[in-house]
Design a protein around this ligand. Structure first.
Ligand code: EPU
Length: 336
């Protein structure tokens, strides 16, 4: 177990904010974690468990303990003619896992190529892109109960997944379990999902296999989304909102091109990027924070932004979207 005092979080948040935490603790095994959970001083502090920090906004220094898992490894639990089951340490890089699976010919998560973050967060946030969600391939989530230190395995059903949501992300369950491993089931005969946006056109004339799909997804992402190594950001700042049909029909009269994706007979999903774009907010800045021009769902750290700059810009976006469309945007990024 590694413990640091007054530790910079610069390398642990993709907004690239140079904030500090009073304590930073990294555990390397489940035994380490159990030891930590029994520690009286630790338990008395404000605690936040993080992954790679690719979906986090630190508004200021953190006066408590930031906890990070260093449990890595990809273990093959089963393999047969149809596919494999892999148990992966929560701290394994998400994209390294996708790359590994693509190289082995195991399909299911190739559309989730190049998403920043770690495997533990993939199961908490149910990451999604280009018609695929992590939960499509999750079989089990292995956790440690924070109160007792006991191991608990969640089946996929118990994780209660839906769009960008899970049991673990619900506020009432926050702080109950730490994810130690995730079991993914991948297929040797996957059905490719090519219907989202311009994926099919990117692949036109090419042999379609896991590798070419991964390459196309990486190219699409690079053309639309900023690389956090070059321009600090946390991907989509907001989730796409759900609207009741009556609200949607009312808006459609004024804005015939408002995007809609059917959810069920009562609600539709619309596009937060479109709403923000229609408010004329592309390029809008607060201090060093800016709305990204190519994808307005993303807030970037253009020049030495503070956490408060980013939070204030997010608030302006929420206000503008509410005033124009009477839609309350919900944040995807967790503010601390
Ligand atoms: N749009 C605009 N103006 C723009 C850009 C987009 O109006 O400048 C509108 C268009 O109508 C477009 C629509 O937004 O059709 C959707 O855009 P896009 O396909 O880029 O997807 P998104 O709904 O904005 C979601 C995810 C992304 C993911 C993409 C692709 C959420 C919150 N975001 O974005 O995830 O990569 O789909 O599947 O669901 C992330 O979570 O960090 C992330 C980047």
């Amino acid at each position: 177990m590694k413990i640091y005092e007054n530790y910079s979080l610069l390398k642990h948040n993709t907004f690239k904010l140079d904030v500090k935490t009073r304590w930073f603790v990294e555990y390397e095994s489940e035994d380490d974690l159990r030891k930590l959970l029994k520690d009286e001083y630790f338990r008395s502090q404000p605690i936040q468990h993080i992954g790679q920090g690719s979906n986090l906004l630190f508004r200021s220094d953190f006066d408590g303990v930031i906890v990070h898992s260093a449990i890595k490894g990809i273990e093959k639990l089963e393999e047969d003619a149809t596919g494999v089951r892999l148990k992966i340490g929560a701290a394994e890089s998400w994209d390294s896992l996708v790359k590994h699976c693509v190289e082995k010919g195991w399909g299911g998560i190739e559309n989730l190529s190049a998403i920043p973050g770690e495997v533990g967060a993939s199961a908490c946030q149910n990451i999604g892109a280009y018609g695929t969600e992590a939960s499509d391939c999750i079989d089990e989530v292995h956790t440690c109960a924070i109160e007792t230190g006991e191991k608990r395995i969640f089946t996929r059903e118990e994780c209660d997944y839906s769009y960008r949501r899970s049991f673990f992300k619900q506020s009432e369950n926050n702080g109950l379990f730490y994810i130690t491993h995730v079991v993914y089931r991948l297929s040797k005969h996957p059905e490719f999902k090519l219907d989202y946006g311009d994926l099919k056109s990117r692949l036109a004339g090419k042999t379609i296999n896991l590798q070419t799909i991964r390459e196309a997804i990486i190219a699409i992402r690079e053309s639309k989304l900023p690389d956090p190594e070059k321009l600090g950001n946390a991907g989509s700042f907001f989730v796409n909102p759900y609207l009741c049909i009556a609200h949607y029909e009312g808006l459609k009269k004024h804005y015939p091109d408002i995007p809609h994706y059917p959810v069920n007979g009562e609600v539709v999903k619309t596009s937060a990027a479109w709403l923000i774009d229609r408010c004329g907010l592309k390029g809008k800045t607060v201090g060093g924070a800016a709305v990204y021009e190519k994808q307005p769902l993303v807030i970037v750290n253009r020049k030495n932004a503070t956490g408060e700059d980013i939070a204030a810009l997010a608030e302006e976006i929420r206000r503008a979207v509410y005033e124009k469309f009477k839609i309350e945007l919900q944040t995807e990024v967790l503010s601390i």
